[in-house]
Design a protein around this ligand. Structure first.
Ligand SMILES: [Zn+2]
Length: 203
């Protein structure tokens, strides 16, 4: 189902592989995040436009929804327990809200990278800086299309995304928001091929 069928977006962004973008949306606008080529993760963070000390909270969202895996009908909450985003359409249905954005340190610790590697944390910090957000204020991202399996004993395993080329998720803003979105720069979670992400904003 495509609720925006035949409707033109009011804004759109192309996020090149291993980069990010920041933008603002008003309450009731819908953000569509599109996997352009398939099997590509997109990290999304957001802040209250009026006060960046209010930000997306993985912990509160998991608490209030009583689940790890969020999809259509679920609401993403802030650290002040206010609704920030509502998932209104989600054909893929598998995303992660446990893992921090990939970072320089992650590539060093996990992959023994010796030189700087493009990463979502630096990319988010770079595009959010103009809005006054510093790297340490960037919370756990809603990792769109990231496919994490949690075993009964609590082991987590990163699998290739279930998204195909053109798949999307629609998120309705429940307040005026500052939003940061990436085309994730990591290997494993993107099936070892970093590709672009597209974003469209609808009234
Ligand atoms: Zn990443």
């Amino acid at each position: 189902m495509n609720p925006q069928e035949g409707i033109a977006p009011v804004r759109q962004y192309h996020i090149a592989p291993q980069t990010g973008v920041a933008f603002t949306v008003q309450k009731h606008q819908t953000i569509r995040v599109i996997d352009v080529a398939g099997r590509q993760v997109s990290d999304l963070v957001c802040f209250a436009l009026q006060d960046i000390e209010e930000y997306l909270s993985s912990g509160r969202t998991i608490d209030y929804n009583e689940k790890l895996f969020l999809s259509t009908g679920d609401t993403l909450y802030s650290n002040r327990s206010n609704p920030m985003l509502a998932i209104i359409e989600d054909p893929v249905g598998k995303h992660d809200f446990l893992f921090a954005p990939c970072s320089r340190e992650m590539f060093t610790l996990t992959y023994n990278e010796t030189k700087p590697h493009p990463n979502c944390l630096d990319n988010l910090a770079a595009v959010l800086d103009q809005y006054g957000v510093k790297a340490f204020q960037i919370p756990t991202a809603f990792n769109i299309f990231m496919n994490v399996e949690v075993s009964p004993s609590g082991q987590v395993a990163v699998k290739p995304p279930l998204s195909k080329a053109g798949d999307f998720i629609d998120l309705k803003a429940e307040m005026d928001l500052l939003v940061g979105v990436t085309a994730c720069a990591a290997g494993k979670c993107n099936n070892y091929r970093c590709t672009p992400i597209a974003v469209e904003v609808y009234e």
